[in-house]
Design a protein around this ligand. Structure first.
Ligand code: AMP
Ligand code: MG
Length: 347
């Protein structure tokens, strides 16, 4: 694990220390998938049973990783190649529901969440192993070219289980959404298995079931600028999902400026309005897409886009480091530094 991966893994480490875990009741397992760490915490299960369930979750994660990977050989890559031909083809079952949900989130976010822009994401190179190394920016002409008649989710036509692409630059990339979607599937499996107390954390996305013994699951929201610092603590209710997007997750610096991995579909460049967004929703996929979309929306469109996405509990650290908190989120936050200045937002 390199230094940055350690930092990304920090929220879950903080989480476990904050909960004051009792090892005999808490089973934990760490799995590497989706390019980061997934931490499984199962509470109150007999150890043999916890092992069996963890193995099932691991298999599911490995399947998702191979089906939805946008830049390694995967089912999604095959779908992308077929979409670009403009021919009608049968959609794989493992992909169709994601496309459906992405279409509705694209609409609701007014196109700010746009997973059809895979070619643009690739051009910026945040997927590679050296994505943090300083490098020249992509050529402005290439960005402009990709945004001439830019692909959107409305270019993907669905007819029953058949698909057809209407833009030769279509390339679906579920990087802003797949973790949350995947957590919904894992939560479903846990419920099927009769597990009532668990927390699954994919670094920036989490889902909580039940409680941690006699108290709720408690998580730390990372401070976007203080390495290892906590912005606030938050307790999760049964079935709640939490998603964070931040300009510190994947970025490089060039000539004193930060270029991060959440791109504004209107400009083709990294979004400029916010350092971080954290929000809650009962649907992990919606939560994931919404935190990405709100990074693009920035403070000006925060309330409107959140409302359109059905999000009422959200916070944003804007580009100047100011904290905007929705009225629904405010009472849920516990700040380590007493009471910071907070701008209240009605969603
Ligand atoms: P997240 O950390 O969930 O905010 O997702 C960031 C990832 O989503 C990036 O690494 C890209 O793969 C993808 N992405 C970047 N910008 C957007 C956008 N505007 N809409 C949808 N996905 C995006
Ligand atoms: Mg996201």
């Amino acid at each position: 694990m390199n230094r940055r991966q350690l930092l990304l893994a920090l929220p879950s480490a903080l989480l476990l220390s904050a909960c004051g875990q009792t090892p005999e009741q808490l089973f934990t397992r760490r799995v590497h998938t989706f390019g980061s760490w997934v931490d499984l915490s199962l509470y109150g299960l007999e150890p043999g049973r916890a092992e069996v369930i963890a193995a099932r979750l691991e298999r599911e994660l490995s399947f998702m990783n191979s089906a939805w990977h946008a830049w390694k050989p995967s089912l999604l890559e095959e779908v992308n190649a077929k979409l670009r031909t403009g021919q009608v083809f049968a959609a794989p079952d493992a992909i169709l529901p994601l496309i459906r949900q992405c279409k509705s989130l694209y609409e609701a976010s007014e196109g700010l969440f746009n997973p059809a822009l895979g070619l643009l994401f690739r051009l910026w190179g945040f997927h590679g192993d050296k994505s943090w190394e300083s490098r020249p920016l992509p050529e402005a002409a290439k960005i402009r070219e990709l945004l001439t008649d830019p692909p959107g989710m409305d270019d993907v036509e669905i007819d029953g289980n058949r698909l057809r692409g209407h833009n030769a630059r279509l390339s679906l990339d579920f990087g802003g959404f797949a973790k949350g979607y995947g957590l919904d599937r894992l939560a479903e499996i846990l419920r099927q298995e009769g597990v009532t107390h668990a927390l699954v954390s994919a670094t920036s996305n989490l889902v909580a079931l039940g409680t941690h013994g006699s108290r709720p699951w408690r998580i730390a929201i990372r401070h976007p600028r203080r390495e290892g610092g906590v912005l606030a603590w938050l307790e999760l209710a049964d079935g709640e999902c939490c998603s964070t997007s931040g300009d510190y997750e994947r970025y490089f610096e060039r000539d004193g400026r930060r270029y991060h991995h959440i791109l504004d579909p209107r400009t083709g460049y990294p979004a400029t309005g916010a350092q971080a967004v954290t929000l809650l929703h009962r649907d992990g996929a919606v939560a994931d897409a919404a935190s990405t979309a709100l990074m693009v929306a920035g403070p000006r469109d925060f309330a409107r886009i959140a409302r359109r996405l059905g999000v009422s509990e959200a916070l944003m650290v804007d580009a100047d480091g100011r904290l905007l908190v929705s009225e629904g989120m405010r009472p849920r936050l516990h700040f380590p530094d007493g009471r910071p200045d907070v701008l209240s937002v009605a969603i």
